[in-house]
Design a protein around this ligand. Sequence first.
Ligand code: SAH
Ligand code: SF4
Length: 343
Amino acid sequence: MPDVKDLNLEELEDVFKKWGKPAFHAKQVFRWIYQRGLRDFLKMSDLSQDLREKLNKEFSVSSLDLVQCLESSDGTKKLLFELSDKSVVEGVIIPVSDRVTGCVSSQVGCKFGCRFCASGLLGFKRNLSVSEIIDEILCIKDSSSENKLTHIVFMGTGEPLDNYENVLKAIRIINASYSLNIGARRITISTSGFIPGIKKLQDENLQFELSVSLHAADDKIRSSLMPINKKYPLKDLMKAVREYNAKTNRQITFEYVLIKGLNSDLQNAQKLVTLLEGIDCKVNLIPANPVKELGIEPPSKSEILIFQDFLKNAQVNVTLRKSRGEDIDAACGQLRLRHVQKK
Ligand code: SAH
Ligand code: SF4
């Protein structure tokens, strides 16, 4: 049976019209599911008995199985979800002062195989459906203290722009006032630099945040870290970013994971400054989470601070992120990797 969470409001309204029912009931169904967390059509008390039964016959309201929940000493929680085909994906809850950020996956595995990322290690299996992405978000909200969820980042497993239609549809649904009502400015899409997706995004009429995982400002180094750079090299990527800036008037965030011995010396910092000249952006520096299987380690504290200071002195808008949840394998893909390894 199709999951009703794969439908947006207009689609559910169309279903009701086809059934000869008033379209406004669709909004009531959305409120029950997204705002009150109800998964049983038969209990939707403001719908006619007839409509409840019809919905129950034609649609399901599935949920994911939460198979593991680990809490870090810093409050970060890592969740492992099992999908109906037994695939597993992971989500993270990151509480920082009055914000609660949910980090969601967009695919089972990842095609892009970055050298520092555990998600790519197991290869790519499939895209997540709209309802699976939404289920992750609902499950994250349920698992967070006081059911609080203020921000969403697509920084779990997978490349969101390689699952473009489903990710954008899910975003529009959770953004709606009759649903979770998460403001577009509180939703971040992170991409490894998938240019066709960046080009499409600039025409979406939605104020979400865009993060580009850069990690190196030199084609040779970036290609060795991120194979996607061979297809979409820095020159083309930066052209697409400039176009995005110009077309949307929105600032881009660049993520730069600092990895010992690979991209963290002053020569790399200088190249980064040059690359970003004239671009409306900020930079997030993230010390690499160690991944044993990949031989990845963060640089020393002093090397990280020297890199950051160099950018600051060059007037780059830079923030140093703390690694969070290291004690629970919170880096992208690590928990799933351990889970699959144990099987
Ligand atoms: N595929 C998209 C979205 C996933 S985001 C992208 O790459 O942007 C996953 C984020 O986690 C990326 O910014 C990635 O660089 C980061 N990441 C992956 N492995 C990491 C590690 N070992 N330490 C720190 N960050 C890591
Ligand atoms: Fe895929 Fe992003 Fe991990 Fe690269 S960093 S392997 S693109 S999830």
